[in-house]
Design a protein around this ligand. Structure first.
Ligand code: NAD
Length: 251
């Protein structure tokens, strides 16, 4: 578990251990974790013996994801990535490592979020406009969330496939810059809220003639990501290839 001392790393270390057949054997982090949950602490992946590891799970920060991808490619170990906020370069590095090992990466491993993406793609062609409000805890370092960017792409693709184009919006005069959020393409706007007390939440607001549809997902606890990470861990191995998301594994 890379990022094993972090909020997600600690929650995953505690909860993946409860799943049959899964043992979190190593917590890798630049600082020592508060709880080890039976694992051994390492300051870097370079100190870990690859023969004792089936899969690396990375919930850290973008630079270390590239290091994890290289280590996994060199040692032919499968990799599951949950870290968000990668630049295009970092993402390209990760994808090229997948020429040597299996990598599954997702911006949101909670099953509710995966399903709400599916539902959003179903609804997207039938409504004139859609806006996304993503809400997260106030210590999140990137905005907008990786989840909102992923769902925006999925919505845009579904609209394009159906030949639906968002009409130009009449709001052109801004008393306060940024009031309409960020345009993620084709008029899909993302609004990022950061507040203490939140974990990870998202509302997809669809608007059409005389009606609206809201798809809302709430992660109340980091345990919501465990099942999806476990599914990815069960599906990844050293067979080369890059998979985005866990949608294909949830039938
Ligand atoms: P966090 O800051 O609590 O934890 C990150 C950890 O990574 C820290 O302990 C930090 O010391 C460690 N770290 C930094 N550099 C490192 C390195 N070079 N090697 C090893 N460890 C290093 O953050 P968090 O809330 O646990 O989130 C971690 C990441 O997971 C973020 O990118 C977040 O957006 C993402 N996330 C993804 C999902 C998902 O479902 N995909 C869900 C929640 C969070």
């Amino acid at each position: 578990m890379v990022g094993g001392a972090g909020r997600m790393g600690q929650s995953l270390a505690e909860n993946l251990n409860l799943i049959d057949g899964m043992v979190v054997c190593a917590l890798v982090d630049t600082h020592e974790p508060e709880h080890l949950y039976g694992a051994t602490y390492f300051a870097s992946l370079a100190q870990v013996d690859p023969s004792g590891v089936d899969v690396v799970v990375d919930f850290s920060q973008p630079d270390s994801v590239v290091t994890s991808a290289r280590w996994c490619a060199t040692n032919r170990v499968g990799l599951v990535i949950g870290t968000t906020g990668l630049s295009d370069d970092q993402r390209a590095n990760v994808e090229s490592a997948a020429a040597a090992t299996g990598i599954i990466m997702a911006s949101n491993f909670s099953l509710g979020a995966v399903l709400s993406e599916r539902f959003a793609a179903m609804a997207a062609p039938y409504f004139e406009r859609v806006e996304i409000i993503e809400l997260h805890h106030d210590r999140k370092v990137d905005a907008p969330s990786g989840t909102s960017l992923t769902v925006a792409t999925r919505i845009r693709d579904a609209r394009a496939a159906a030949g639906r184009v968002t009409p130009e919006e009449p709001t052109k005069r801004f008393t306060l810059e940024g009031a309409r959020g960020a345009d993620a393409g084709d008029g899909v706007r993302i609004h990022s809220v950061r507040l203490p007390g939140l974990i990870a939440h998202q509302e997809l607001l669809f608007g059409g003639a005389g009606e609206g549809l809201t798809i809302r997902h709430d992660s109340y606890d980091r345990v919501s990501f465990v099942q999806g990470v476990a599914i990815a861990v069960a599906h990844v191995d050293a067979t080369p290839g890059f998979t985005w998301g866990i949608d294909d594994f949830i039938t």
